[in-house]
Write a protein that binds this ligand. Structure first.
Ligand code: ZN
Length: 107
């Protein structure tokens, strides 16, 4: 019991939320920065280049939004997301059909 309490106090130290931590894109668990695969769920983490691209994109969207085109961009984003969602659904349906029609998986 005393050990657990002592650990809890140690975790409340300032280094607990250091900048060297990141979060899994799959399950949201804390991971050390630079981790390629989550040790909790196995999701591959985006590397720094991808993150930087995403950040740049977000910045550009923000800058455009500030010039008064926010509504238009929101509409575009919604349309893009809807299209991506349809494509993902379509791909999933194809995969399921393929699994049903095709060979049984070998265990
Ligand atoms: Zn994970």
């Amino acid at each position: 019991m005393a050990d657990i309490l002592a650990d809890g106090c140690a975790l409340s130290g300032s280094s607990f939320w250091g900048e060297s931590m990141t979060f899994c894109i799959g399950c949201g668990q804390r991971l050390a920065q630079g981790t390629r695969f989550c040790r909790f769920c196995g999701s591959q983490q985006p590397d720094e280049q991808v993150l930087m691209l995403l950040r740049n994109e977000a910045q550009q969207i923000q800058m455009r939004a500030q010039t008064g085109q926010q509504q238009q961009i929101n509409d575009q984003n919604l349309a893009q997301m809807e299209q991506m969602r349809r494509e993902a659904e379509f791909a999933q349906q194809q995969r399921m059909q393929y699994q049903q029609d095709g060979q049984q998986p070998r265990w």
